[in-house]
Design a protein around this ligand. Sequence first.
Ligand code: CA
Ligand code: CA
Ligand code: CA
Length: 249
Amino acid sequence: MKRKVLVAVFLVSAVILLGSVSKAGAILIGGDKWSHDFDDTAFVDEIIDKEVNGFYWEGGSDAGLLNGDVGDGGVALLDDDYISFIFTDNTVFNGAGADLAVFEAGLPAEDLIVSVSPFDDNTGWTTTLKYDSTYTGAEAAGGYNLNVALIDLSDFGFAEGDSISAVKIFGITSVYKCCGRGGKGGMGGGSKTVKDPSYKKKCCKSIGGTDLVAIGSLNTEVPVPEPGTLLLIGTGLVGLGLMNRKLKG
Ligand SMILES: [Ca+2]
Ligand SMILES: [Ca+2]
Ligand SMILES: [Ca+2]
């Protein structure tokens, strides 16, 4: 009977160990123009800092930005808005090509600004880089186009194999509502889609920007138990075995 218990303990341990290194894809995001099968740990896990003057749309929430569901809304980030995310159950390593996918919604596909860090304590941020996003062929919440910006860690000077634990997304205003000649619509009437921050100085108010939906790692690493942990488990099992024998004897 005791031996059976030991075998069970060993099997359970083995399953836990195997589970922690599994990186099988589980969440397919995108459409006929771009898609990727993400590991379910691939997404950002926590928000550690933010400045949001934009608005959450179609049921969007901070929690909703942390999962692989691109149908539960998002947040519009205007100029100077940002959100800093960390990865807690995975890291992103610099492999071949793009390493990180940032999903954005709407038409036109909007730009966004990115900084990354190897640390998870809001330090070590790289200089910022601007990225375009392009239509994936899929839909986000509200029937909006789902777009993707592909981030290569090499762009920030990381060597192949280096990894990061944090990503910071800044918005860029793309829609302004202006006062003056055109009345409340302004600028010839109605909202204009422009990429010109100087509109701010022309009695214009930003009302739309980068529509952040989700952030997932394309090159995910998950923590593997240290050799020390394996040794401890092994020692524990041997110990149990000896106890078992003693009790029997
Ligand atoms: Ca994660
Ligand atoms: Ca979501
Ligand atoms: Ca890369």
